[in-house]
Design a protein around this ligand. Structure first.
Ligand code: ADP
Ligand code: MG
Length: 683
């Protein structure tokens, strides 16, 4: 009798070659096949009158050829006019043989299947599947919708479909009970693999079929369980209690040129309470750009140091790591503590020296990129890891971190900081393994940034604005973006722009920073800008996060319509850091679509990162908000975070209840949705 864990190769017709193709799809067992659900469906169960065909809809039609003609346009094509009593349509074939041409004669009745598109003369089908109806009884229509599955090279749709359905039948033969599934679940899967006539296609495609909704619940539950399990596995390990040194912290606070805000104080207290436990902290600190997360992180690091442990701060780019060093360095040195950056820019000798100091404990605080967590780096006593700008790291990387720095004292505490405000519902599913703290107000004394939206045709007029701002002693950013996220092309565009701007504004010193510059050159360009030596900095989105030059009060962003709201908001956060009134100009390429307009308008009228993130979520989906890697880790098959967000609170509740009452029952749920992917979470 078939079992869920049987390999797919037990299916007749699955040899090594097909097995490999399945493996590429992540399918290894009958269970994997059962949960490999269709992307969409085609309806070959009924005949649609031509007059009723909607643009983009794939339909079966029956009609008679009225005219056939070879058209010589840009490409030669055979054009048939067909009619079915309700209306007319055009069939267009770009590839056709002489024999086909001879068969497709006026007067012949045929059945076709294809996607209706809008053509010059009404509905048009390009290369529909065709059968003649004058050769005996017409073939029967399907009694089920046709599922279309995600597939891969070497495994055709029809073949895949028949194999998946065979796997389904085999498992059904064993029965739900023997499989350890509920009857409902199995029936829902059957329904989605082969929806019967009468199933509403639109509902199905919207993911709102009751079977889909039940499965979505189950799938989100699996993810929730996996994250909660990962969290409890980690929290079962001991962590060092970091009680801190109140005198040290007091000295630090006295030396700061400002008072902590209420929100910063509250969050610091939350962190302090976590750090003083013998369970590892797993906390996400959310705070809009400029809300002052760095000083909060510094306090947490001091708490580790004050307890005799080391602290590490990890940033997504070298630029940011160096920026952090520039901020933290003086703060810590003022207290007689060393802080250094471990980046790719270090020479071999410096690097070895730094690694030796980390291993001996001579270096209490280190900042760096993920290079910090290479094998050659060992800490003497790592108490706390702070990860800045979390969305640039994948969940898997974060989870991999937990082993680093594990010592006789246990695992280090983790603080993850993000400036991308994550809507609550998303946070609940993407960060179910983290506690959340929020800095929800900004330090006083900022003037809000005025945002202007302009077509790219006004680019010239902006030169004057840049000139004026710089003449008044301020500085400006000019941000180049491209649709292809190719670092290479983006760098080229930035170089070109820098040249043009330098020519157009000869009285200004123009700097350039992009991702293709060597670390030294990048840092030098940033330093020159920070020191005020360059007045206009042409940059790619590498300056997106963290860069802090308070004297910069003007930012121009080209092709703004191509970026997500969250990212634009991040970029804009680079200005408005000083006392001067700041401006951000969003240039767009005309014409701007409806969505594009709505997005830029949202940005113009709001400076609230949370509001913008919610807006992004509705306009562009969770991928944009969380970053692709994040959603990649939450690779959902049936569920959709946005569509199903109303279910999330209940799902979280169900996951908690299940883990409390019947933890063994969680494993099969995770297994069926996450399969092998679950292992990295539980590893
Ligand atoms: P982010 O949360 O974006 O990382 P930063 O930590 O870089 O923000 O802080 C932004 C700026 O605000 C920095 O120049 C920092 O020195 C300043 N800052 C932080 N906290 C306060 C405060 N409580 N009062 C005044 N300025 C502050
Ligand atoms: Mg920051």
């Amino acid at each position: 009798m078939a079992r869920l864990r049987d390999p797919l190769t037990t299916l007749k017709g699955v040899g090594p070659k097909v097995g490999e193709a399945f493996a590429r799809l992540g399918l290894r067992t009958l269970e994997d096949a059962l949960f490999h659900l269709p992307l969409r469906y085609e309806d070959r169960t009924r005949i649609t009158p031509l007059a009723a065909v909607r643009q983009g809809q794939a339909v079966v039609f029956e009609a008679t050829i009225r005219a056939a003609q070879v058209a010589f346009g840009r490409r030669r094509s055979l054009v048939l006019k067909v009619e079915d009593g309700s209306g007319l349509a055009t069939l267009r074939l770009f590839h056709f043989s002489k024999a086909q041409q001879q068969q497709l004669k006026p007067g012949r009745p045929l059945r076709g299947f294809g996607e209706g598109r809008g053509g010059a003369g009404g509905i048009e089908f390009v290369h529909p599947e065709l059968t003649f109806l004058d050769g005996g009884a017409p073939p029967a229509l399907d009694d089920r919708l046709t599922p279309i599955y995600p597939t891969t090279e070497g495994l055709g749709q029809a073949r895949l479909r028949s194999l998946l359905h065979r796997a389904l039948a085999l498992l059904e033969g064993a029965g739900a009970e023997a499989l350890g599934l509920t009857e409902t679940l199995l029936a829902d899967l059957r329904h989605l693999h082969t929806p019967p006539v009468g199933t509403d296609l639109a509902t199905l495609e919207a993911g709102l079929d009751p079977a889909q909704q039940r499965l979505a619940f189950d799938e989100l539950l699996a993810h929730q369980l996996a994250m909660m399990t990962a969290r409890s596995v980690l929290q079962a390990q001991p962590a060092p209690r970091l009680a801190g040194d109140p005198a040290l912290e007091a000295r630090f606070l006295r030396a700061l040129p400002f008072e902590l805000t209420e929100a910063q104080r509250r969050v610091s207290a939350e962190l302090a309470a976590d750090l003083d436990r013998s369970q590892p902290m797993l906390r996400l600190l959310q705070g809009d750009v400029g809300s002052g997360k760095t000083v909060v992180a510094a306090l947490a690091l001091l708490r580790a140091v004050g307890s005799g442990f080391q602290g590490a701060l990890m940033a997504p780019t070298e630029l940011l790591a160096e920026q952090h060093l520039k901020t933290l360095g003086p703060w810590l040195e003022g207290l007689g503590l060393r802080c250094a950056a471990l980046t790719g820019r270090l020479g071999a000798k410096q690097r070895r020296a730094l690694e030796a100091d980390l291993a001996s404990g001579a270096l209490p605080v280190v900042v760096g990129t993920h290079a910090l967590f290479q094998d050659s780096v060992a800490f003497q006593r790592l108490g706390l890891v702070v990860i800045d700008e979390q969305h640039r790291f994948g969940v898997d990387q974060r989870l991999a971190l937990r082993d680093k720095g594990t010592s006789q004292d246990g695992v280090p505490h983790q603080l993850v900081m993000t400036a991308t405000p994550i809507p609550r519902t998303l946070a609940m599913s993407a960060y179910a393994d983290l506690d959340v703290s929020i800095i929800d107000s900004r330090p006083p004394g900022r003037t809000p940034v005025t945002t202007v939206v302009l077509p790219a045709s006004r680019r010239e007029a902006l030169l004057n604005r840049v000139r004026e701002a710089c003449k008044a002693g301020r500085q400006a950013y000019w941000v180049c973006t491209l649709i292809e996220r190719s670092e290479h092309l983006e760098a080229e565009a930035a170089e070109e722009t820098a040249e043009t701007l330098a020519k157009a504004l000869p009285e200004l010193t123009v700097g350039l920073v992009h991702g293709r510059l060597k670390g030294d050159a990048k840092a030098a360009a940033m330093q020159a800008f920070a020191a005020g030596d360059t007045q206009l900095l042409v940059a790619t989105t590498v300056i997106e996060v963290g860069v802090d030059v308070p004297n910069a009060s003007l930012m121009i962003i080209e092709n703004a319509e191509r970026l997500g709201l969250a990212q634009l908001h991040q970029l804009r956060g680079r200005v408005g850091r000083g006392a001067a009134a700041s401006h951000c100009v969003l240039l767009y390429q005309s014409p701007l679509g409806r969505h594009g307009k709505a997005r830029l308008e949202a940005l113009r009228t709001s400076d609230d990162g949370f509001y913008l993130a919610e807006k992004d979520l509705t306009l562009r989906g969770p991928g944009e908000v969380l970053g692709t890697r994040q959603t990649g880790a939450l690779d959902l098959k049936v569920a959709d975070l946005l569509r199903d967000q109303d279910q999330l609170p209940a799902i979280q509740e169900a996951a908690r209840a299940l883990l409390a009452s019947d933890p063994a029952a969680a494993a099969p749920i995770m297994q069926r949705w996450l399969g092998t992917r679950q292992q990295f979470i539980n590893a």
